[in-house]
Ligand binder design. Structure first.
Ligand code: SAM
Length: 285
């Protein structure tokens, strides 16, 4: 499938290019924000797993430039975005938390968002495990640096035991919802946990720079046993975000005469970069 046909078929893909978003994911955050008011009154925000940067663009375009502090983190380099500090780092490493704290001058964050997804190996169990680790790291990071009342949003894939996850999140946040933006394909298990009203757990002290050696990022966040958590399974409300007049991500739209548009931002370090380089040098057929 050429880029031209995708331009015509996927309206969000096309609209993203027209509006200057680096990825169609921008619409997911926009729709989540219009449903939950996530960005209202926010000044310090961390965007985890942020490359190529469309969520960071939404933050930079929506939050007041004079007061907002936006830190975006990814394994991949993120091309510069005005008003955003980018970090090339692994969110599963504790040193990443320290770097973010430093950038915030030790102040807590109002909001932590994560659109993390690992490179898929095709080995289902392994992929699921890595995705769960990413979510756990994002949550660990969020609970280490959110202010009381702060919010956390993260991508999940709704699997078998997703209600256990909701139960555990409900121990840390006043409100937990499972949200599906209209720009996320209905055919995909992708959804977002939207957790608002962070309540630090009594007796659990989030790590700070001074106590960086404390094993916070790897320790279980919620000490309750699986059996205890199962006894208190929470049914998180399922919230479809975006109004019916928004485009349907699963539909194909006619786009008579639509020309292919160039990407807003070329990939900074695509996995196929080495192969292209070898091919250019004639080392690959
Ligand atoms: N929200 C982004 C946007 O709007 O442009 C798209 C994020 S993309 C779906 C998922 C990202 O997760 C990838 O860029 C990948 O590099 C990143 N990622 C995966 N594992 C990571 C890790 N351990 N630490 C940091 N980033 C990670």
């Amino acid at each position: 499938m050429g880029k031209c046909s995708k331009d015509k078929r996927d309206l969000y893909y096309r609209k993203a290019k027209e509006q200057g978003w680096r990825a169609r994911s921008a619409f997911k955050l926009l729709q989540l924000n219009s449903q939950f008011g996530l960005l209202d009154g926010v000044s310090r925000v961390v965007d985890l797993c942020a490359a190529p940067g469309s969520w960071s663009q939404v933050l930079a375009r929506t939050l007041p430039a004079d007061t907002a502090k936006i830190v975006s983190v990814d394994l991949q380099p993120i091309a510069p975005i005005e008003g955003v500090v980018t970090l090339q780092a692994d969110i599963t490493h504790r040193s990443t938390l320290e770097s973010i704290f430093e950038l915030f001058g030790g102040e807590p964050a109002d909001l932590v968002i994560s659109d993390g997804a690992p490179d898929v190996t095709g080995l289902h169990d392994l992929d699921e495990y890595i995705q769960a680790q990413l979510l756990l790291s994002a949550l660990s990071l969020a609970t280490s640096m959110l202010k009381p009342g702060g919010a956390f949003v993260a991508k999940i894939f709704r699997g078998r035991d997703v209600d256990l996850l909701y139960s555990q999140l409900a121990l840390l946040f006043e409100r937990v919802a499972c949200a599906k933006p209209r720009s996320s394909r209905a055919s995909s298990l992708e959804a977002f946990v939207v957790c608002q009203g962070y309540v630090p757990r009594a007796g659990w002290v989030p790590p700070s720079l001074a106590v960086a050696a404390r094993p916070a990022l790897c320790a279980p966040l919620v000490p309750a046993s699986a059996a205890a958590a199962a006894a208190e399974r929470v049914v998180a409300p399922f919230v479809a975000c975006g109004d019916l007049s928004d485009y349907d991500a699963d539909a194909s739209y006619p786009a008579a005469g639509a020309a292919a548009l160039d990407p807003v931002q070329a990939p900074t370090a695509p996995p196929y970069k080495t192969a292209l380089e070898l091919k250019r040098r004639g080392a690959l057929n």
